[in-house]
Design a protein around this ligand. Structure first.
Ligand code: SF4
Length: 461
């Protein structure tokens, strides 16, 4: 869109909703600052309906399996990782993995999300064997696995010389091809966090930079795989950093479509954003902006003072940068999700993030640009180690979708509908007594109590 167009003009916004014009970063920033969030949500809802219709909203049944918690990275927002010599460090044996997949299949689940820490002790063949074992035993289960930072570590672990090629792309291509041949279907967008270098260097110690992250996904697209992109916000970053993040996803998606779509290539199918969870993490001990000695409420948040729409902000631009955070609540989450729906005109799905925000906010997200309520959550370890997460059964997910005014439908990884719940046999319609169906809330009580505890929460009717 031309910068000269007034992005607050109703005709211009109508064109954005119809997908006829594309927001620029500057216009997105203006929308963020000048449009009330309910209005932004309404526009994103309209854009979502343009793309997905206004009848059906979806969910998937999958299971997170964290095959190891041993990790060489030291992300400041992580309470899950362990060093190899810690007492509760683990790596799952194949049988334990298969048991978990079996439990998923027993509840009609279709996909596993397989992720681990970056464990230097596991050879390439260990991963191939893990994928092959699952593929042979469960040929119809979709394996959505690893993440770009894991693949960059795999390059360091498995291809330090030139035997797999000399460039990062060649090495990635060689390793990912082997994983794909062993059973890998697609790659989730873990480790996206915030792409701007100044932020990433502060919060993702040991994780790959944005260029490497995006290159992994570009190679996956070349190999015909679908992937997702993510953003974790509400910590040290500025608003311009978030828009820069969205812009990089959109630019690299354009590249993948341009480079590979004619040959059956993949692309980003989904974008999911969630606010940082502070409990039990090093980053969570950083003071909230405004609560530290000498914080000047009248001056900008340090992250905003540093952030640039082109990602060139530098940490020395503010002495408090990285030393104060600005957490995001429910309305901030909905505002960012709505903006992402409007901005990412080339990404099919926007996923709601109830895992961290809670079911009611997740439901609201379906009216703020999200077309998908994510997954029935059988297991989650990484985020729940860093605070509170929620677990919902299928009937509750369907209930939330229907109460938001839509027909719930189970989908697969590629957003094909598997079951449309428009009859009396729908999982939520079959519930006689909602007082017996509860959302589970998982959380760790304290930094030294590392076993997640389960607390039952009544579902409001
Ligand atoms: S978030 Fe992932 S990569 Fe970072 S320390 Fe935790 S397990 Fe390791």
């Amino acid at each position: 869109m031309s910068e000269s167009l007034d992005v607050l003009d109703s005709a211009v916004l109508e064109a954005v909703v119809e997908g006829e014009v594309r927001l620029t970063p500057q216009q997105a920033l203006r929308l963020y600052h000048e449009m009330p969030w309910p209005e932004l949500a309404r526009l994103a809802d309209a854009r979502c309906s343009t793309l997905h219709g206004d009848v059906i909203r979806t969910y998937v049944i999958d299971r997170n399996i964290n095959y190891t918690n041993i990790c060489t990275a030291r992300c400041t927002f992580c309470a899950f990782r362990r060093d190899g010599d810690e007492g509760d460090a683990y790596t799952l044996e194949p049988e334990a993995l298969l048991d978990k997949v079996r439990e998923l299949v027993n509840i009609c689940g279709t996909q596993i999300l397989l992720q681990g820490g970056m464990n230097p002790h596991l050879p390439l063949e260990w991963y191939e064997n893990m994928l092959q074992v699952i593929r042979e035993e469960f040929p119809r289960v979709h394996i959505h696995a690893f993440s770009p930072p894991e693949f960059i570590e795999f390059v360091h672990f498995f291809a330090p010389g030139n035997e797999f090629g000399s460039t990062l792309e060649e090495k990635l291509h060689a390793i990912m091809s082997r994983f794909q041949a062993a059973g890998l279907d697609s790659i989730p967008g873990g480790g996206g966090e915030i792409f701007a270098p100044a932020v990433r260097q502060k919060i993702g110690m040991g994780k790959c930079d944005a260029e490497a992250w995006l290159t992994v996904m570009h190679v996956a697209h070349q190999l015909g795989m679908y992937t997702s992109a993510t953003m974790m916000f509400g910590h040290i970053e500025g608003i311009a950093d978030r828009i820069h993040h969205l812009d990089l996803v959109r630019q690299w998606q354009d590249r993948s479509i341009e480079d590979f779509s004619r040959d059956g290539g993949g692309r980003y199918l989904a974008f999911i954003a969630w606010p940082f969870q502070r409990e039990n993490t090093p980053l969570g001990r950083v003071k909230e902006w405004g609560q530290g000695d000498g914080d000047d409420h009248a001056s900008p948040f340090p992250g905003d003072a540093v952030a640039r729409l082109d990602g060139t902000g530098e940490k020395q631009d503010h002495p408090q940068f990285g030393r104060r955070i600005r957490q995001a609540g429910a309305t901030e989450y909905l505002r960012m999700q709505a903006l992402s729906r409007l901005y990412l005109d080339n990404v099919y799905s926007i996923g709601a993030s109830w895992v961290t925000m809670g079911p009611q906010v997740g439901q609201l997200a379906l009216r703020a640009g999200a077309n998908d309520l994510g997954s029935v959550m059988m297991e989650e370890n990484v985020v729940s180690a860093a605070g509170t997460t929620y677990c919902l059964c299928e009937s509750l997910l369907c209930h939330l979708i229907r109460d938001a005014g839509f027909v719930p439908a189970q989908r697969d990884n590629e957003y094909q509908l598997l079951k449309l719940h428009d009859t009396d046999h729908a999982p939520d319609i079959l519930v006689d007594d909602w007082s017996t169906v509860r959302a589970k809330k998982l959380r760790v009580q304290g930094i030294d109590e590392r076993t997640p505890q389960t607390i039952e929460l009544a579902v409001e009717k």
